[in-house]
Ligand binder design. Structure first.
Ligand SMILES: NC(=O)C1=CN([C@@H]2O[C@H](COP(=O)(O)OP(=O)(O)OC[C@H]3O[C@@H](n4cnc5c(N)ncnc54)[C@H](O)[C@@H]3O)[C@@H](O)[C@H]2O)C=CC1
Ligand SMILES: CC(=O)[C@H](N)C(=O)O
Length: 341
């Protein structure tokens, strides 16, 4: 089977690898769509993200969906021909985090395209059936692949307890920020404010329903939010840029008693945070890491037409053209590229 393998930074090789078979509890999936995530581009450019280092050839891609072509002997939930979205992180199921229901925090998790675990830029993937979610006829495999970033958005909104009528401020209008917007709307948010430093990203966010879009490179976010919220501030601020100034600014724009959710991975390990601000204003500052139990919700939201994810895909490419696809995906204005099989 054709497989795109990252040999070293900026170097893919299209290899012919043996097709796996489904293990007893697995399904073998013919991959149809794989989104290119910012983390894929980062591994492609730098060969590492923090402590995760690409030391051996690695298959990238963790936003995937496809069609079941073989089922393991114990699998009863899925059949050949079913179209499925693959949740990319499979936990150990035995540790205390798993047993507490926080399987996304399992330290033994095997997450696609996070070294040393291979991802989905390949023709077939054998995957545990309980981490493969059947897509209804009305949901495409492109949308199935995008259940992954949508899941990040759903989890972040759950972490922020986003509720009916809340004013939600999302910093960073990349794919994750846009998915947070979708999830916030679905959770009943009232007004949504979005920030970025690139005008095109903000126009895109506006077209997708942002009520206020602020370019923080040339505008004063604090006064814009103050004006927009009659001096109160945002109920929930979800940081989705990873930029240090943006992380710092979250405390200036959240309301007293509000919640800040940190999703963007800071490029620096420490970011100055005014602790007295957090105490005096009784703020909840919460991290949000990947997601748990989001795929069924994401699929329902898609089936019901409550969220739009496919609209963020700006180009499609084939596996053979993966080099070109990554060149395009790294352009600052591009939101999302999709490799289709
Ligand atoms: N916590 C988690 O589970 C996950 C975290 N992430 C992280 O979330 C962040 C967003 O992911 P993507 O949307 O894929 O990244 P992206 O790089 O495509 O988007 C980030 C956006 O932030 C904008 N930006 C840069 N500086 C800014 C500033 N000072 N204020 C406001 N916006 C600014 C950029 O122009 C860009 O549009 C990344 O840091 C990524 O690593 C991604 C997936 C899961
Ligand atoms: C940080 C990422 O972008 C990636 N989706 C991951 O969950 O590791």
């Amino acid at each position: 089977m054709k497989t795109a393998v990252l040999l070293e930074p900026e170097t893919f090789e299209l290899q012919d690898r043996p097709r796996p078979s489904a293990g007893p509890n697995d399904v073998l999936v013919a991959v149809r769509d794989v989104g290119i995530c910012g983390s894929d581009v980062h591994y492609y450019e730098h060969g590492r993200i923090g402590d995760y280092v690409v030391e051996n050839p690695l298959v990238l891609g963790h936003e995937s969906a496809g069609e079941v072509v073989e089922v393991g002997e114990n699998v009863t939930s899925l059949g050949v021909g079913d179209r499925v979205a693959l949740e990319p992180g499979v936990p150990c199921r035995r540790c205390s985090h798993c047993k507490h229901g926080n399987y996304h925090l399992c330290e033994e998790v095997e997450f696609m395209a996070t070294p040393p675990h291979d991802g989905a830029f390949t023709e077939y993937v054998s995957w545990p059936a309980d981490f493969a979610y059947k897509l209804p006829d009305t949901v495409s495999t492109t949308e199935g692949a995008l259940c992954e970033p949508l899941s990040v958005g759903i989890h972040a909104c759950r972490r922020g307890d986003v509720g009916t009528g809340d004013t939600v401020l999302v910093t960073g209008a990349g794919p994750i920020g846009l998915m947070i917007m979708e999830a916030a709307r679905a959770a009943g948010a009232g007004d949504i404010i979005v920030t970025d430093v690139v005008d095109e990203k903000l126009s895109f966010a506006r077209e997708r329903g942002a009520d206020l879009a602020v370019n923080v490179a040339d505008g004063d976010l604090e006064s814009a939010v103050e004006d927009f919220t009659d001096g109160v501030g945002a109920d929930v601020v979800v940081e989705a840029s990873g930029a240090t100034p943006s992380i710092e600014s979250t405390l200036d724009v959240v309301r007293r008693g509000g919640t800040v959710v940190l999703v963007g991975l800071a490029s620096e390990a420490t970011v100055p945070f005014d602790v007295l601000d957090i105490i005096d204003n009784e703020l909840d500052v919460r991290g949000s890491f990947r997601y748990k139990n989001t795929y069924p919700v994401a699929i329902d939201l898609l089936a019901d037409g409550v969220v739009d994810v496919a609209g963020i895909v700006e180009f499609e490419s084939s596996l053979e053209d993966i080099d070109d696809a990554f060149q395009r995906a790294r352009e600052p204005n591009v939101i999302k590229g999709m490799v289709t099989f």
